[in-house]
Design a protein around this ligand. Structure first.
Ligand SMILES: Nc1ncnc2c1ncn2[C@@H]1O[C@H](COP(=O)(O)OP(=O)(O)OP(=O)(O)O)[C@@H](O)[C@H]1O
Ligand SMILES: [Mg+2]
Length: 302
């Protein structure tokens, strides 16, 4: 049975797609059969895997609207050595349409069921928002990997993400876990990065991957060749870091501690007033006017 992992952080540009592509390629190089599902209308994982998003016959947009089976979208035999369910900007329209459809939160989970047995790992790249697409990924997944840059505002976003994950756990997907927080674009010469990294270790402990991804120009260059970094420059620090991450992810296959997030830290992490609200246990997600995923929130009486 495959392990389904969503790569999620509603903050933009933190390395979600870079992680999805390079973790997929690294797991494939360790002889695991991997499918990468691109669930971000930007289609960056599609392009970075060597496929032109303008040339797609079918995409994950068609899957979300129940027009084709997931298997019909999957492209095999790419140089990246994993299978890809690609996407393009059509998925933006699908996201809007989804809000009016039944079973809208479970579309991806249902679509994955038929192909699940064919893979060891199914990774899902998600958009930089907590919208219906991200919700579908969180409902379909067993685990979440959260790439994050070690900076002040990254911690703020983390609180919101934890709240959303807790909301999904208490409603649509009780078995959802955070597999790990991944430090990306890490620069050890930067004091703030070191401070934030230390805070993460202190508060989240084993939830933080030991592997971290350094800032490395090869990682930024590789997508323009449509290649994961290990096929572009195998000896680069970026390639070695993602291989180390893949090994850590594989180790979790054999020893998987309860990786449930503790509550978000109170003092050192800035929390917006709205995050002091809690999620009702039986609340079902709703889409707010601006398209952002919200739950039926109940004010904490203080
Ligand atoms: N470790 C790294 N070193 C150097 N550049 C990196 C690294 N990780 C990612 N980048 C670059 O940073 C940019 C953002 O990365 P990426 O696209 O993976 O983030 P993202 O979280 O998927 O963004 P979005 O939220 O828009 O989907 C890209 O140009 C990418 O090539
Ligand atoms: Mg991305």
């Amino acid at each position: 049975m495959s392990r389904i992992i969503a790569i999620t952080n509603q903050k933009g540009g933190v390395g979600k797609t870079t992680t999805a592509i390079n973790l997929a390629a690294s797991l494939a190089s360790l002889e695991r059969k991997v499918l990468l599902i691109d669930l971000d209308p930007q289609g960056n994982a599609t392009m970075g895997s060597g496929l032109d998003k303008a040339e797609l016959l079918y995409s994950t947009c068609d899957v979300m609207l129940d027009q084709v089976a997931l298997t019909d979208t999957i492209i095999s035999g790419l140089p990246c050595a994993y299978d890809l369910a690609p996407t393009n900007a059509d998925l933006t329209a699908a996201e809007v349409e989804l809000t009016t459809l039944t079973d809208r939160e479970c579309r991806l989970r249902n679509a994955i069921q038929n192909i699940r047995d064919q893979y060891d790992y199914i990774l899902i790249d998600t958009p930089p928002s907590l919208n219906m697409l991200t919700l579908n990924a969180l409902v379909a997944a067993e685990a979440v990997i959260v790439p994050m840059q070690c900076e002040y505002f990254a911690l703020e976003g983390l609180s919101a993400l934890m709240t959303t994950i807790e909301g999904v756990r208490s409603t649509l997907n009780p078995s959802l876990k955070i597999d790990g927080l991944l430090r990306t674009m890490f620069d050890g010469r930067n004091n703030l990065a070191n401070d934030v990294s230390a805070q993460l270790d202190e508060h989240f402990g084993r939830l933080v991957y030991r592997a971290y991804i350094p800032r490395n120009v090869r990682l930024a260059e590789a997508p323009s060749y449509g290649l994961p970094v290990m096929h572009y420059d195998k000896g680069s620090r970026g390639a070695r870091a993602y291989l180390a991450l893949a090994q850590e992810v594989l180790a979790q296959e054999f020893h998987r501690p309860e990786r449930i997030p503790p509550t978000a830290p109170e003092k050192s992490f800035p929390v917006e007033p709205s995050l002091e609200e809690t999620i009702e246990p039986d609340a079902s997600p709703k889409i707010a006017n601006d398209g952002v995923l919200v739950f039926q929130l109940k004010q904490n009486k203080k």
